[in-house]
Design a protein around this ligand. Structure first.
Ligand code: ASP
Length: 355
């Protein structure tokens, strides 16, 4: 009997070893699977913040904004649902808003003092912390796509002016005649501001953000943050800047850390508002940094940066943001912000006014 047991011993040992190997492998696979794939995905957008009041808005105008926000967010959501990347979703979603005259971005961009349209945009990849940005371009139909090209096909993070337009042509992006960006409403707004400048001192420079659609002050920049099924966050922002801007003024939208930021460890953020304050407040990065270094939730960090720090500086505007778990923040200190969020289940949350 003892003999038989001794004979069987190595065999039994081998069997138990094999068993534990199998279990370990399965555990490892499970861990790997949860590390690289997650069920949560989502997308959030804005179409600018400002003094957007219900009493200044017609029903048809409200419907037009809501329809365009819905069309844009559905575009990105579909990409994410089918397993596409957050970078792709951000670009295609922003493209829809860039092509609409309703927003101060590409087709609906505001005019400079010289009567032209100078466009800014930026995009950031939260996985690699790569980023691309363009400022003051005048011939690129979709500046967010050029920001992506800068990120992926150049040695640089930011290109500006004629050089950026030249790079767009070389990369085969869609080039348009600058007249493509002409819209009567935005041109009239420039004329109105110029008239005001001659009769009164516009000390607080508020008329630079006068918006003819809502007959009040508004920052019409567009932005998007997306989280894809692989857990990668991307953020992007695209704008025409500030009406009547001079001296090749550049706002926060193409500034990484101010207008746009994304980090898979924390969150993605896109800003809209009075750019000079957002640059000084490093708004988008501050939200991420408060999460990373102070252990705040996205909601806490966004509230602190917009309602406390930015407001105390005298800045106005807002942000949309999404963290690595799909939680969102839509924080603004103005009367309204065009905004929409769609979660993994396709639930759409759309808003304009603060209440
Ligand atoms: N932040 C933009 C800028 O200052 C304006 C906007 O949000 O509409 O250029």
């Amino acid at each position: 009997m003892k003999k038989i047991f001794l004979l069987l011993c190595p065999f039994l040992l081998l069997l138990s070893c094999n068993e534990s190997t199998t279990v370990n492998t399965t555990e490892e696979n499970t861990t790997t699977a949860t590390d690289t794939t997650q069920n949560t995905f989502g997308i959030i957008i804005h179409g600018g913040a400002g003094t957007i009041l219900k009493e200044n808005m017609t029903d048809s105008m409200e419907t037009a904004y809501k329809e365009m926000l819905t069309k844009a967010i559905k575009t990105g959501h579909e990409i994410l649902k089918n397993g596409g990347s957050s970078l792709e979703a951000v670009q295609r979603t922003i493209n829809v808003m860039e092509d609409s005259p309703l927003f101060n971005s590409a087709k609906g961009a505001v005019f400079t003092n010289a009567g032209i349209n100078e466009l800014d945009a930026s995009i950031m990849d939260g996985k690699t912390l790569n980023a691309g940005a363009v400022a003051g371009v005048t011939t690129v139909k979709n500046p967010i796509n050029l920001a992506y090209e800068v990120m992926t096909n150049s040695d640089h993070v930011m290109l500006s002016g004629k050089g950026a337009d030249k790079f767009a042509k070389e990369r085969g992006l869609e080039i348009v005649d600058p007249s493509y960006f002409f819209t009567q409403k935005r041109y009239d707004a420039l004329m109105e501001i110029k008239k005001r400048e001659t009769i009164e001192l516009d000390e607080d420079n508020k008329s630079a953000f006068y918006d003819p659609f809502i007959k009040d002050e508004k920052f019409g920049t567009v932005g998007c943050v997306a989280l894809d099924k692989n857990g990668n966050i991307a953020a992007g922002t695209s704008t025409g800047g500030m009406t009547n801007k001079k001296y090749n003024r550049i706002g926060d939208s193409p500034i990484i850390g101010a207008g746009t930021y994304a980090n898979n460890k924390t969150c993605g953020v896109s800003s809209t508002g009075w750019g000079e304050y957002f640059i000084r407040g490093i708004v988008a990065y501050d939200i991420s940094a408060q999460m990373e270094y102070a252990g705040k939730t996205l909601e806490e960090a966004a509230k602190n940066v917009i309602q406390d720090k930015l407001t105390k500086m005298g800045g106005t505007g807002g942000i949309v943001a999404m963290d690595k778990d799909g939680n969102v923040a839509m924080e603004f200190n103005t009367a309204g912000m065009y905004r929409a969020h769609m979660d993994a289940g396709g639930k759409l949350d759309i808003g304009i006014y603060s209440k």
